[in-house]
Design a protein. Structure first.
Lengths: 247, 353
């Protein structure tokens, strides 16, 4: 479904992306390509380099070697805020919100840069309604449950209308109802833009993804369709194991 | 009701300001008015630190650098130009520009938290040492001798723009100081309600998230730092009009006092630093007077003040303004919901610095 509407233009690519922390190499020459409108899931065991990869894409980490290109433009010399201004939004692994501000203020601030003061007000109301957060609008974010905070951060990521959305374990800590809503939202989002999603929940991945990239020890182990990946012996060995059998 | 709670601080300051302008001058002696002028200039200094530290999360331990620069810039400009109105603007502009340069190196150099505090304090102490050794004829800017440890005792008093040759009376200086204090407070309120102010508070809450939303946090921090520098400079100008400029304006004592005012009044509020400055200075003055009374010479003011501050930090760690806000919420429970959220927004309970 998503594959049919994929634009053939390349949105983001990494060429030999390497990240070292002292003697540890977290990413070893990653070559990754994502087209406009594509939805890709990244999976891999803990420590495989998925979150580091996201941090390199968003300018939080500078690559030790290799480069990231967004629509052909090298991002090497850009800061995190410059990359965000070019339409890359990220939901981090741990909810990263303005803890002492209300849900409404959080989403409004996220929309402010793009839509201005009044426009941000309307946009934030629309997004909160879409994510079922309207009844929590005046609640201070620090008082919310983990799953609700995930939704608030997702609302903040969506508010500036990014072209590329990176979601790092978006379903973690969510109830079944919230996950079900999240699946719908991701499908809607994929109608307008590209997404890369790191997730461990294979059921969730089956519902949203067509293509999966498997990371292992800082390298791309294999890339392919969901069922191919689940059937892949090597992937089972390094990551899925019993998890696959359960699914 | 909730709006009233949110704006109660502003209402209180404006009412107190009107009271100070209209009634106080007619009921107190001139020396009290001079004291109040000094307190008001300290209030603006406290406000500048309250803005920079409490809302921007920028721990400026050397805010007195801008206070002293403002005073000296005003004195030198007034002596050379003979026009104290433009000297007032110079006294604001030079510390603001200095803050812009210093802020550029700190924020673009990714200096943060405690290192930033050490850096600002060091700058203040370097300026203190430098100004202290400027005695002698070789240290003259135009017609203004810098005067070393003696400072510039002949600091010209402000004059009205339409009558540049006639200096203001000390009562007029008092009125101007109070009006400028009110304007500074309301200006800070307006700034914090603007987009850059909202983003500044958001960056204090979570700098990484701000960056990931596309905001260049360093720019917003630098703007706040420059505004704080300009405000501290204004405080220095007004202090120079009530006393005179001297190297102590840059000193450790003023730096420490300004931090104490903010802590006592309440970090993360605007009214708190004002209240803290007036209260602590009043206490300091009163303790000094008490120790002059025969038989009470053992009551060392610094010792008592130190004890007071220790007890204060132990028992009222968030400062006076949040304490009064909580008390008022208890009195007006209907306003509680909105007010409580506002207080947590302003309160910095979770952010790091």
């Amino acid at each position: 479904m998503t594959g049919e509407r994929q634009d053939s233009r390349l949105l983001i690519e990494t060429l030999g992306l390497t990240k070292r922390f002292g003697g540890v190499t977290a990413l070893k020459g990653i070559d990754f390509r994502l087209k406009e409108g594509e939805l890709r899931c990244l999976i891999g065991p803990n420590g495989a380099g998925k979150s580091t990869f996201f941090k390199c894409l968003t300018g939080q980490y500078k690559a030790s070697a290799g480069e990231v290109r967004l629509r052909g433009q090298c991002l090497r010399h850009l800061q995190g805020h410059d990359i965000a201004q070019r339409g890359v939004g990220i939901k981090t692994q741990v909810p990263n919100v303005f803890e002492n501000l209300s849900v409404r203020e959080n989403v409004w601030l996220a929309a402010l840069r793009v839509f201005g003061r009044q426009g941000a007000r309307e946009k934030s109301e629309e997004i909160m309604e879409r994510l079922g957060l309207t009844h929590l609008a005046e609640t201070t974010t620090s008082r919310l449950a983990h799953g609700q905070r995930q939704l608030v951060e997702l609302a903040m990521v969506l508010a500036p209308d990014p072209d590329l959305i990176l979601l790092d374990e978006p379903a973690a800590g969510m109830s079944d109802e919230e996950i079900s809503r999240l699946v719908d939202i991701i499908k809607q989002l994929n109608q307008h833009g590209a997404l890369v999603i790191v997730e461990h929940d294979m059921q969730f991945i089956r519902e949203i993804a067509t293509t999966v990239t498997v990371f292992h020890q800082g390298e791309v182990l294999v890339e392919g369709g969901v069922q191919d990946i689940l059937d892949n012996e090597t992937v089972r060995d390094v990551y899925l194991g019993k998890e696959t059998e359960r699914c | 009701m909730s709006k009233l709670m949110n704006w109660s601080g502003s209402l209180l300051v404006v009412l107190a300001g009107l009271l100070a302008l209209v009634i106080v001058p007619s009921i107190v002696e001139l020396y009290v008015l001079i004291d109040l002028s000094i307190y008001a200039s300290f209030g603006i200094l406290a406000l500048s630190l309250g803005l920079v530290w409490g809302y921007g999360g920028i721990l400026s331990l050397g805010q007195a650098a801008f206070f002293g620069l403002g005073g000296y810039a005003y004195a030198v400009a007034a002596i050379n130009l003979g026009d104290s109105a433009s000297a007032l603007l110079i006294g604001i502009a030079i510390p603001a520009c200095f803050a812009a340069v210093l802020g550029y190196f700190m924020f673009w150099g990714n200096v943060s938290d405690v290192y930033l505090g050490v850096m600002t304090l060091t700058v203040a102490l370097i300026l203190h040492s430098f100004i202290s050794q400027t005695a002698g004829d070789q240290w003259v800017i135009g017609n203004a001798p810098l005067g070393g440890l003696n400072g510039i005792p002949g600091t010209p008093i402000l004059s009205w723009p339409w009558s540049p040759d006639a200096s203001m009376t000390l009562r007029e200086v008092y009125s101007v100081t109070v009006v400028l204090l009110l304007c500074s407070y309301l200006g800070c309120k307006a700034y914090l309600a603007s987009n850059p102010g909202r983003i500044l508070v958001a960056a204090r809450e979570n700098e990484l998230r701000c960056q990931l939303l596309g905001y260049n946090v360093r720019r917003y921090k630098q703007l706040a730092f420059v505004i704080g520098g300009g405000l501290a400079g204004l405080a220095g100008v007004l202090f120079a009009n009530s006393v005179f400029v001297n190297p102590a304006m840059f000193g450790l004592s003023v730096n420490a006092q300004s931090i104490i005012w903010v802590i006592v009044g309440g970090l993360g509020t605007l009214i708190g630093p004002l209240v803290g400055a007036f209260l602590v200075q009043f206490l300091t003055k009163s303790l000094g007077s008490i120790s002059q009374v025969p038989g009470l010479a053992w009551l060392d003011p610094n010792l008592v003040l130190g004890l007071f501050l220790v007890l204060f930090v132990l028992f009222v760690p968030k400062g006076l303004a949040p304490l009064f806000r909580s008390a008022s919420l208890g009195l007006f429970p209907l306003a509680g919901k909105a007010g409580l959220r506002k207080s947590s927004t302003n309160g910095r309970q979770r952010s790091g610095t």
